[in-house]
Design a protein around this ligand. Structure first.
Ligand SMILES: C[C@H](c1ccccc1)n1cc(-c2ncnc(N)c2C#N)cn1
Length: 304
């Protein structure tokens, strides 16, 4: 396990592409003929099979995780295409990353982590318990873990350096960063898209508790969706069947990993030692959860 760093990554070498950056679980490339990111007209965004837990990138990969999350993003982009455009150009990527890579337009990114919350948990709950509000949005008194927030709230953040948590900021701070018109457009788009997605997921048995979008602009100024969208890595997925406010909800996809690490592995989470490798059974059950989420939401069979 490693604390993520943008360079020391396991990103594969891909013919025709130059690796330029790695997030915790994703790798970004530019065309080999491009001198730098700024001059590239397109990027290759690759979702790895890496999994992150407790802010560690684990040593053990989850087979097919990258393909599931890429397939989910594509399905959501299609579901949302009448509401907003997106950055995808093509899925025709090098064989080594087939099904888990997307060729995308090189957008001018809007430097805001556009988060929508329909349920109170995580840093939103922590801020609420400390101040009664989240990102400057005052909430009713007496709310508890996982309570529904209706309507959903926009709780933007600024991107932290890799390895740090994003910082929740107010709408006014977003306005200072991107201007009033863009701030309002990002807020409205974030809440509209989240609400539509939450309803779609809920009727299929998955609670989409919150999500993080990244937007960019086309040369003509049009705002489109970038990054991955509405995946278990960019959102909290809960099983609707087990939803019960007043207690921490189980993660639809990561709970087997979290439970094994904290109860059976012998790992001391409070120490700064890396977590151990996962046993095969935890890997397989986690892989099955990713495939289950894909099949529940899309209604399609995940391709072998
Ligand atoms: C944080 C994220 C990232 C993705 C994958 C791996 C590491 C980081 N990222 C996305 C862009 C980006 N820039 C310009 N145009 C775009 N269409 C995108 C996208 N998506 C830059 N960074």
């Amino acid at each position: 396990a490693t604390s993520p760093s943008p360079d020391a990554s396991t990103a594969p070498v891909l013919p025709g592409w130059t690796h330029v950056y790695s997030g915790k679980v994703r790798d970004l490339y530019i065309p080999a003929e491009a001198a730098d990111v700024a001059s590239a007209d397109r990027l290759l965004m690759v979702a790895s099979d890496r999994i992150s837990a407790y802010d560690w990138v684990l040593d053990t990969e989850i087979p097919d995780k990258g393909r599931v999350l890429t397939g989910l993003s594509l399905w959501w982009f299609d579901q949302l295409s009448e509401v907003i455009g997106n950055h995808v150009i093509s899925t025709d990527v090098p064989e080594a990353v087939r099904g888990r890579g997307l060729i995308v337009r090189n957008l001018t990114m809007i430097p805001v982590e556009a988060v929508a919350r329909g349920y109170l948990t995580g840093s939103g709950l922590a801020d609420y318990r400390a101040t009664g509000s989240v990102c400057g949005v005052q909430l009713p008194a007496g709310l508890t873990e996982a309570d529904r927030l209706e309507p959903a709230i926009f709780t933007p953040a600024t991107k932290a350096a890799l390895g740090d948590h994003d910082e929740n900021v107010s709408f006014d701070e977003v306005t200072e960063i991107v201007g009033a018109e863009t701030a309002a457009a990002v807020r409205d788009l974030t809440l509209d898209i989240y609400s539509r997605a939450e309803a779609i997921a809920r009727e299929r048995g998955i609670v989409l508790a919150d999500t993080k979008f990244e937007f960019g602009t086309l040369p003509d100024g049009t705002i489109v969706l970038a990054d991955e969208v509405l995946t278990p890595d960019s959102s909290r997925f809960w099983d609707a069947a087990g939803y019960a406010p007043g207690q921490a909800q189980e993660s639809f996809d990561k709970q087997f990993v979290r439970d094994w690490l904290t109860t059976e592995s012998g790992w001391d989470r409070s120490s700064d030692t890396p977590p151990p490798a996962l046993p095969a059974e935890v890997v397989e059950r986690t892989r099955a959860r990713y495939i289950e989420a894909f099949e529940i939401l899309t209604g399609e069979t995940f391709p072998a």
